[in-house]
Design a protein around this ligand. Sequence first.
Ligand code: AMP
Ligand code: ZN
Length: 140
Amino acid sequence: MSESASCIFCKIVRGEIPAVKVHEDAQTLTFMDVRPASPGHTLVISKAHAPNLLEIAEVDLLAVASTVQRVARAVQKALSPDGIRIGQFNGTAAGQTVLHYHVHIVPMREGQKAGAHGREPANPEQLKVLAAQVRAALEA
Ligand code: AMP
Ligand code: ZN
């Protein structure tokens, strides 16, 4: 089986499993993290499968970077956090759990102690509300 056939994020790209999507373009997909480190925690992935920063094609890397900036601006506009953490892990030893290149966008509040990953699954309805707010800011 190819890496992509069994990859959970490739399955989201192919529509084989659901995700609360925020935005999609030719090269990238943005959706809500199901175990958010904070409300509004969003993931930007490359549609093309690559395990990590070391292996992704530059053209896909640049597309993700551009989407990350757009979505981070939209998160700022929609949710007014005090700061935004951008995170990205390479290899299980570094904390990567899904071996498909992705970037975390985590809204932060002053004094908030949030790890890289959330522990509890989010309420799906709350995720949809947050995704709609970020999408509206992206489209404004
Ligand atoms: P990491 O590989 O450690 O950078 O993080 C992977 C992230 O993907 C974690 O924060 C998970 O909560 C998140 N995640 C895993 N599966 C899904 C999914 N099906 N939909 C949305 N987020 C997911
Ligand atoms: Zn993949």
